[in-house]
Design a protein around this ligand. Structure first.
Ligand code: 13P
Length: 248
């Protein structure tokens, strides 16, 4: 039995004031029991969010980390630093990193190794573009992203995968539950062939325009174990309602 997991990716949003008010909403809401809940603010707001969430049952993560442990990498943040301040999670290989920062599967794989080494729980994002889906390449693209990042990993216990079709991110278009389930089952099949991964234990989250109105039907699918939520994670009531839909 895989415990449901709902993670909010706050992307590049927030000020100290807006983060304080979002935290107030999240912590004031009925705690979602039976589902694991996490939030991933910007690096700058991590400390504020870690302090705010202490003892609340909401865990905290970052949206990226460096592939390197330390050194002359201007602007980068090491996985070890994130673990040191109390982060639990790190999102890796998000399509926005792949698109705007030219992250390759090999780089994502190196970040994954760094995260695991530091004791962080990685959330590895995969997903195809609209053009790739229309060209019938969705499965091949996702399989290559998984193979590229998972090759040569020493230890993958606790790995979380997020399937985020690029065409569904921030667009209001959601994969239908059937489309999402089909890809999640495909991903689980690929994981079963990867060394060091227990495919049945690995949680596979769906991401892409998840809202309170569509969360329940997605979570009803056998291979969808939760969600990675963007826009709706910035509204406490919506995020907690999505988390509530994941219970069970
Ligand atoms: P939206 O929920 O805003 O579509 O974003 C999804 C996402 O990219 C989460 O990582």
């Amino acid at each position: 039995m895989r415990q449901s997991l709902v993670i909010g990716n706050w992307k590049m949003h927030g000020s100290r004031a807006s983060v304080a008010s979002l935290l107030e909403g999240l912590l004031g809401a009925e705690p979602a029991s039976g589902v694991e809940v996490a939030v991933c603010p910007t690096y700058l707001h991590l400390d504020q969010v870690l302090q705010g969430c202490a003892g609340s049952g909401i865990s905290v993560g970052a949206q990226d980390c460096s592939h390197a442990q330390s050194g002359a990498y201007t602007g980068e943040v090491a996985a070890e630093m994130l673990a040191d301040i109390g982060c639990t999670w790190v999102i890796l290989g998000h399509s926005e990193r792949r698109q705007y920062h030219a992250e390759t599967d090999a780089l994502v794989g190196a970040k994954l190794s760094a995260a695991i080494e530091a004791g962080l729980k990685p959330v590895l994002c995969v997903g195809e573009t609209r053009q790739q889906r229309e060209g019938g390449e969705a499965n091949a693209v996702v399989a290559a992203q998984l193979a590229g990042a998972l090759a040569d990993q020493a230890q993958l216990d606790g790995l979380v995968i997020a399937y985020e079709p690029v065409w569904a991110i921030g667009t209001g278009l959601t994969a239908t539950p059937e489309q999402a389930q089909e890809m999640h089952a495909f991903i689980r099949g690929e994981l079963a062939q990867a060394a060091g991964v227990d495919a049945q234990k690995t949680r596979i989250l769906y991401g892409g325009s998840v809202k309170p109105g569509n969360a329940a039907e997605l979570f009803d699918c056998a291979d969808i174990d939760g969600a990675l939520v963007g826009g709706a994670a910035l509204v406490a009531e919506d995020f907690m309602s999505i988390a509530g839909a994941a219970i069970g």
